[in-house]
Write a protein that binds this ligand. Structure first.
Ligand code: SAH
Ligand code: AVI
Length: 319
């Protein structure tokens, strides 16, 4: 069985540390949301997806179930399904359950433990399908494995509206990578969260059980372990606000006091009330997303939504 790619090299680790430090030196301090996803963070995210306030997961699952025959017909025979940010492969189970002649399923994720565990569960559930997990940061170049069966076409699958966690420019860069990975004749199947009543959105990111707050603070625990920083986890609190003009949730960690944080050889000074931006979650209009997709060479060929127009699943072909 092919092995997933090795984790980060010391050089990559140092690059990441420098990237984090550079973010903490920005006029508004920021850390990439990819650092949410250590093993504990991935489990917390899974918990978020089951919260009554967090509408995206149930809604996307509903759209997939309601339209699965049409979706699988568009995917076609002997395709390679390459999933970016696969997590627990929850939504993919619906696809694999209806695609009996897939050439290969390639889940790609930065969260190694969850990825490998989920890939094994998927192999047990779908023994006929070749499954090759790839541990990688999909914002950097990574190699795709060679499957046993030569696929007829590539389908890049990007559910969950993870695209919304990137700034406009970074999302375009990522869509370009996906356009490249889809190759000639390939397509992108993507989950895209939609603009709606801001109260519904703010509730989804400020759940009453406080799981999203734990998920946010856990990023600092992850950094302390991985990069030997000394964030005091008790000195930060969760904030998630919807900015209507930007059409996005902005998630921050707010410092409860003046403090100095050590990371690498740096001492970062933080004032009471100051925030670190840890995530954007953009919400799109159908026109806005279509314009982004078109600007990198995709054409939105089909859009499925739920009855309340909360979320969309979109099938985009390469022009
Ligand atoms: N696709 C799943 C999970 C979404 S959560 C769903 O729809 O429910 C986002 C997933 O993307 C997590 O599993 C996280 O580990 C992964 N991820 C986030 N940033 C990443 C990056 N830069 N490279 C690879 N995986 C990433
Ligand atoms: C993974 N991503 C699409 C989630 C979102 O809704 O933006 C991450 C998340 N952050 C807080 N809650 C969920």
């Amino acid at each position: 069985m092919p092995l997933p790619q090795a984790q980060r090299s010391p050089v990559e680790e140092n690059e990441e540390l420098q990237e984090i430090i550079a973010g903490l030196h920005q006029p508004e301090k920021m850390i990439s949301p990819k650092y949410f996803y250590d093993e504990r963070g991935s489990l917390l995210f899974e918990k978020i997806t089951t919260l009554p306030e967090y509408y995206p997961t149930e809604t996307e699952l509903g759209i997939m179930r309601a339209n699965i025959d049409e979706i699988t017909a568009l995917v076609g025979a002997q395709a390679s399904l390459i999933e970016f940010g696969s997590g627990s492969s929850l939504k993919t189970r619906i696809l694999l359950g209806h695609l009996d002649d897939l050439a290969v399923y390639v889940p790609v994720d930065i969260s190694e433990e969850l990825l490998l565990e989920s890939a094994q569960k998927m192999r047990d559930e779908f023994p006929e399908t070749e499954i090759i997990p790839v541990v990688a940061d999909f914002t950097r170049q990574f190699a795709l494995p060679n499957p046993t069966i030569m696929p007829k076409r590539n389908i890049v699958y990007f559910p969950g509206s993870t695209i919304g966690n990137f700034t406009h420019d970074a999302a375009l860069e990522l869509l370009k990578v996906m356009h490249h990975e889809a190759g000639t004749g390939g397509a992108l199947l993507i989950g895209v969260d939609l603009q709606k009543d801001p109260a519904i959105i703010e509730r989804a990111y400020n759940d009453s059980a406080g799981v999203t707050a734990k998920f946010n603070v856990n990023m600092l625990r992850h950094l302390n372990r991985e990069f030997e920083s000394d964030f005091d986890l008790d000195a930060w609190s969760h904030e998630a606000l919807y900015d209507r003009d930007e059409g996005r949730v902005e998630i921050r960690l707010i410092s409860s006091r003046d403090q100095t944080v050590k990371i690498g050889n740096e001492a970062i000074r933080v004032m009471a009330g100051e925030g670190i931006l840890t995530e954007y979650s953009h919400k799109y209009t159908l026109e806005g997303f279509a314009a982004m997709a078109e600007s990198v060479g995709f054409r939105v060929a089909k859009v499925w939504t739920d009855p309340n127009d909360l979320f969309s699943v979109q099938y985009c072909v390469r022009d």
